[in-house]
Ligand binder design. Sequence first.
Ligand code: SF4
Length: 139
Amino acid sequence: MSIQAQIINLLKDLQKKDGLAYIFISHDLSVVEHISDEVGVMYLGSMMEYAKTKDIFERPLHPYTEALFSAVPVPDPDYKMNRIILKGDIPSPANPPSGCKFHTRCEKCMAICSKEAPVFREYEPGHFVACHLYDEARR
Ligand code: SF4
């Protein structure tokens, strides 16, 4: 952990000093929150949600993002975790599900989800999501 912290701090120092931009790929959401200005959440090779870090951590829109973020530990013994456990296994990326790639594991899946792939669109300024829950007609 201390080596990881040193490397993260080195990356941040270099970014500040040399004006660098990084694409940082990780499953460690605490580190992602610490190091990123903007976050994109991917599932089976497709972008599901994209927003500024503060916006996506405070108000995730996509059911997959909600499930991911519900597992982030909170350093407060009184905080009640409301963890969303995903059902099933990750399908093969070589043969992804029809429609929304996440529909086989989504607890909010609707009839349209297995038939039509949702469009990745801007739901709020700078906050993009690919999910039929946010289709224009359903608002
Ligand atoms: S499009 Fe449907 S299946 Fe996909 S994440 Fe949204 S609600 Fe769930």
